[in-house]
Design a protein around this ligand. Structure first.
Ligand code: ATP
Ligand code: MG
Length: 743
């Protein structure tokens, strides 16, 4: 262990690290070393003799967890670091739930539904209840659906994050009144049906991981006592973004012992739409009377200009905890603000300034980030970077695991582990085609809902749950069931992930199906399936190297099913690339050079925030997060027009540009544009190009060739989607425009 770790901290940080006498809150601005304090505190606890497997450290993103783990590894070595309970809330809670699933009516092999599974289930339920067609007939929402699936899902999510069960929901007059006012009085029933179908399918969605952990600890005093004693110290990063469910779990675990250290910054609270509540930080004092509050005041990350500019922006928010921030860094360059004609020109400007800066600064591509408010903005940026041969990596958007062929294979993996998984079954019951059509599926679904059992049970026990199917169809279902049973048994007999995954791909003839014709799309599908298999292989090999025997398909899936949209990146981790991500995903990260694009009204701040002062403040905090990611250079751009939702709209510069003290800004002009700069958007036939674009985009989107790192060492999160056949720029432009249109 590196004995001098305390020397790498300033006095305030050191005091925070050394304090282990009770509950502790570190509240400080961006870049002041909060995450560093957490990391070093873990090292310090180890130094004091705390056992690594009894230290629990919670982060929000997989990337943050990974970075923290790497830093701790450097300080104490990999052997010790690997024993820590360190990860995202969701991954840690999934682990606790798997160990105790039976106590709350689940099996330990429960499936984790991703957002598209959840949405598909909601749609099925709405259709079943006859609510899917109800729409507003007049008024401002004329023609809009009363039960919009995504809105229903987020209402259910909010209920869960507030720990409200369907039974409590229906008893709450307030909630029922709100729903009646919003013209969706049956929401409680949809929530209940959704919960019931998830239970029958042995599945939890992301919110359930928090919700059921609470249920587990609430209803099982022995389990609660066990974890209270087991975790000898709990540390949480980014506490300002915890929601009620997370807050309750953390306090349940540590209220008695008081061995808790949380760090956060109220000015960076950006997840209220997901139920995060800044009150959680403020209320800590009520929960822990002995709470000690530490402040960190020196910013180590950014130049003074960046700190001052971001500070002058966040000052415009009325609600915040006052903080002192100072820096001994250089003054640095002014923040560049660039006005562009269109989003196309904006992308061109960013790519061009970025390339230029890369040459003059000597910074590697890793030190550049382009941040945007919404994922849809990435298309034009990608195109501009491609033209300049700038390698990039996208977080969010269409990740490897969201590709159709990969999802199909994963659905079979899921069924092998849990055949009750309705959404997986629905996905592949007729894939590859085996003559089981929509009508059959509808009949099976009806019988499953009526019997309150899974689709699999209906297929297994046709006499008990008659679905009114003819003998021919029953035979087809039998063959399908035979295939799944074969996989289930192979898993039970102890097949490792690679054996089972290979068998599934072979026996379902999935790969073979794509071998029939060699269109670029099919080729890329084959490559992606092969990449999936090499990912599984790499996973098993790594486990062997580590001397671990957890190498079943379930172990592989435990890693894969928690790769969230935001976290999963599109490129090989070993190669230097420019990062493209939403501001939300950039939380906690830092780069020498940051470009924030689309700084326009109705985009940043979002159109949805316009009517609510509280939401405008949240958007302002988001802008503050964006700017404070930059160490040396920060550029803000806005366009006069932008292609959004199928049309070109005029845009106005964001109010946030006016909020920033002008002393720290430099308004760049368009004069540095070269001759090849697109001043006018190319004319394209949007409607024509929209047809089929979603499919071909799959193969076009990932554009950088793989670095050629040995595949066997790739972990699941690092899988590389196939690039497919590189498209010509023209085709790419058409597709990216149509994709924006769709978004
Ligand atoms: P954010 O609010 O954005 O999450 P943070 O408060 O967690 O920021 P860190 O990411 O921990 O800040 O630190 C910001 C940067 O400053 C990091 O590069 C970190 O290594 C560096 N840093 C922090 N403290 C020190 C120190 N005492 N000496 C040298 N570098 C430091
Ligand atoms: Mg941090």
């Amino acid at each position: 262990m590196d004995e001098n770790y305390l020397d790498e901290l300033n006095e305030q940080q050191r005091a925070a690290v050394e304090y282990c006498d009770g509950p502790q809150l570190v509240i400080a601005g961006a870049g002041s070393g909060k995450t560093r304090v957490l990391t070093y505190k873990i090292v310090h606890l180890l130094r004091l003799g705390y056992e690594p497997w009894r230290i629990l450290a919670l982060t929000f993103t997989n990337k943050a967890a990974k970075e923290m783990r790497e830093r701790v590894e450097q300080l104490v070595g990999g052997a010790v670091a690997s024993k820590l309970w360190m990860g995202t809330f969701h991954s840690i809670f999934a682990r606790i739930l798997r160990a105790n699933a039976e106590l709350i009516g689940f099996k330990s092999n429960f499936t984790i539904y991703d957002s598209s599974d959840s949405l598909s289930l909601i749609k099925m339920i709405l259709a079943d209840m006859g609510l899917d067609k109800l729409a507003f007939l007049s008024g401002p929402r004329k023609g809009q659906k009363k039960y919009k699936p995504s809105a229903i899902l987020s209402a259910i999510s909010s209920a869960k994050n507030a720990l409200i069960s369907p039974e409590e929901y229906v008893r709450s007059k307030d909630l029922l009144e709100i729903d009646a006012r919003d013209n969706r009085p049956e929401l409680y029933a949809v929530y209940r049906a959704y919960r019931d179908r998830c239970v029958v399918a042995g599945a939890m969605d992301f919110d359930d991981l928090l919700y059921y952990t609470n249920v587990l600890l609430r209803d099982n005093p022995d389990v609660l006592r066990h974890y209270r004693e087991f975790f000898s110290y709990v540390l949480v990063d980014e506490y300002q973004d915890t929601n009620f469910a997370q807050h309750v779990i953390v306090t349940q675990l540590t209220r008695e012992s008081g061995r808790l250290c949380v760090v956060g910054d109220d000015a960076q609270s950006i997840y209220s739409f997901r139920g995060a509540n800044i009150r959680n930080i403020l209320d800590l004092r009520k929960t822990y009377s002995a709470l000690s509050i530490f402040k960190l005041e020196r910013n180590y990350r950014s130049t003074r200009n960046i700190i001052n500019a971001a500070g002058s922006l966040i000052d415009k928010n009325s609600e915040q905890i006052p903080k002192t921030v100072y820096s001994e860094n250089e003054t640095g360059a002014l923040i560049e603000v660039v006005k562009c004609y269109s989003d196309f020109e904006e992308a061109y400007q960013v790519a061009s300034r970025l390339s230029q800066l890369k040459m003059t600064s000597g910074d590697s591509a890793d030190e550049f980030a382009i941040l945007y408010r919404t994922n849809a903005q990435s298309r034009v940026l990608e195109e501009a970077l491609r033209k300049r041969n700038v390698p990039y990596r996208i977080y969010g958007g269409l990740s490897f695991y969201q590709r159709k062929e990969v999802k199909d294979a994963i659905a079979y993996f899921r069924l092998a582990l849990n055949p009750d998984d309705d959404e997986a079954l629905r996905r592949v019951i007729n894939f590859p085609a085996r003559g089981i059509g929509e009508t059959t599926l509808a009949k099976l679904t009806r019988a499953a809902i009526d019997g309150n059992v899974s689709l699999w049970t209906v297929i297994q026990e046709p006499d008990r749950y008659p679905a009114g199917l003819n003998a021919g169809t029953l035979r087809k279902l039998d063959r399908f069931a035979g295939l799944i049973t074969e996989f289930v048994q192979a898993d039970r007999k102890g097949a490792d992930a690679l054996e089972l995954a290979t068998r599934i791909i072979e026996r379902t003839e999935m790969l073979k199906m794509y071998l029939h014709d060699s269109t670029p799309e099919n080729l890329s599908k084959q490559e992606n399936l092969q990449e999936l298999i090499s990912g599984v292989k790499g996973f098993v090999e790594t486990r062997v190297e580590e001397g671990s025997d957890s190498m079943s398909l379930a172990d592989f899936m435990a890693e894969v099913s928690l790769a969230t949209d935001q976290d999963s990146d599109s490129g090989d981790a070993s190669e230097e690339r420019v990062t493209l991500m939403t501001v939300h995903a950039a939380k906690g990260l830092e780069f020498n050079n940051v470009f924030v694009v689309g700084v326009e009204e109705e985009l940043f701040p979002s159109a949805m925030a316009q009517d609510s002062p509280a939401q405008i403040e949240e958007e302002r905090r988001l802008m503050y997060v964006a700017m404070t990611r930059a160490k040396k250079f920060c550029m803000l751009t806005y366009a006069g027009s932008r292609f959004r939702n199928g049309q070109t709209v005029c845009c106005r510069p964001s109010r946030f540009l006016r909020d920033i003290d002008q002393r720290y800004l430099r308004l760049a002009t368009n004069d540095n544009l070269g001759d090849d700069a697109p001043k006018v958007r190319p004319t394209v036939n949007y409607t024509a190009s929209m047809a089929g674009s979603a499919r071909s985009l799959n193969s076009l989107r990932k554009v950088q060739p793989s670095s050629g790192a040995p595949q066997s060492f790739r972990r699941p999160g690092q899988m590389q989607p196939s690039a497919g056949k590189p498209a010509s720029d023209v085709r790419y432009a058409l597709h990216s425009v149509s994709e924006v249109a769709e978004g």
